[in-house]
Design a protein around this ligand. Structure first.
Ligand code: ADP
Ligand code: MG
Length: 276
């Protein structure tokens, strides 16, 4: 099967008052259908710029991006691209447009010109899918941050995307909201086979990814399975990034001369390793 996202040597420059600043620098990345990719990187490394390029909010100044074989520079495909690759942002309040939950979720499919019966069905399915169906008649501003973010996700799912790009969707949430949203994202990937591109600065959210991509200065500087990436503790620290808590603990214990595997990511793995 072909890749859902193909990023072919893209660069992106913001130009402000004749000052050019390169936010993406000859970046290449292909993403397979059904893959769960987590992107990490220090502030200013270009993650949001990349996500906006994937959604055709920005267009590469050099190189090409294909979403489902559609070039993001082809304006005639703009809505097909945004329907195939939906996007969820950091602040749920900026994404909710209606005063009732179910109307908010209906907004996307209405804009796609979908028939009312079908919209009704999709709104119901999408709200059930994020566990927010019982709130369908509620006012969004009365919901918690995690609930609002799940409504925003339902609004995207209602457009039946193949891929969803999440740009730090948990950054403004409390720990329980963060868990709600992460469980929803994982379920969409595992049960509905939606391709996920998840940008985060919480390393624990990267542990279950199929692949982690590390960005720095508009380039990919490291990528691989979580165990392959998090083994580079020193390199990640130099890039200003954390590692999962268990990885940090392993790193410190090994420095003290304790004989244990170096690729531990979770509490379960730590327990197994220490009790063996
Ligand atoms: P991240 O999401 O990883 O924090 P961004 O993609 O937001 O990084 O930013 C990448 C670089 O582009 C940074 O140097 C940032 O200052 C710059 N940048 C981001 N948005 C703009 C903008 N609207 N105008 C000019 N420069 C920008
Ligand atoms: Mg950002």
């Amino acid at each position: 099967m072909n890749d859902i996202v193909k990023i072919d040597n893209i660069s992106f420059e913001y130009s402000q008052e004749n000052i050019q600043s390169k936010a993406l620098d000859e970046l290449n990345l292909d993403i397979k259908r059904g893959e769960f990719v987590v992107i990490i990187g220090h502030n200013g490394s270009g993650k949001s710029t990349l996500s906006k390029n994937l959604n055709a909010i920005l267009k590469p100044t050099k190189g090409n991006i294909l979403i489902n074989d559609m070039n993001t520079k082809d304006d005639s495909k703009l809505w097909n691209i945004r329907q195939s690759a939906g996007m969820v942002f950091q602040n749920p309040d900026n994404q909710i447009v209606a005063t009732v939950v179910e109307e908010d979720v209906a907004f996307g499919p209405e804009n796609l010109g979908i028939q009312p019966d079908e919209i009704k069905k999709r709104v119901e399915e999408s709200l059930k899918s994020v566990g927010m169906y019982e709130f369908k008649d509620k006012a969004p501003h009365l919901l918690s941050g995690g609930q609002k973010q799940r409504v925003a996700i339902a609004g995207i799912i209602a457009m039946k995307p193949e891929c969803i790009i999440f740009d730090e969707p948990t950054a403004m949430l409390d720990p329980s909201g963060r868990r709600e949203v992460m469980n929803t994202i994982k379920r969409l990937n595992q049960e509905e086979n939606i391709t996920i591109i998840h940008i985060t600065h919480f390393m624990e959210e990267a542990v279950d990814a199929d692949r982690i991509v590390v960005m720095e200065k508009g380039k990919i500087v490291l990528q691989g399975k979580p165990k392959e990436v998090f083994i580079h503790v020193d390199k990640l620290k130099k890039l200003g990034l954390d590692v999962p808590f268990m990885t940090e603990l392993t790193y410190e214990l090994r420095k003290e001369g304790i004989d244990m595997r170096s690729d531990i990511l979770t509490v379960d793995e730590m327990v197994m390793n220490l009790c063996r």
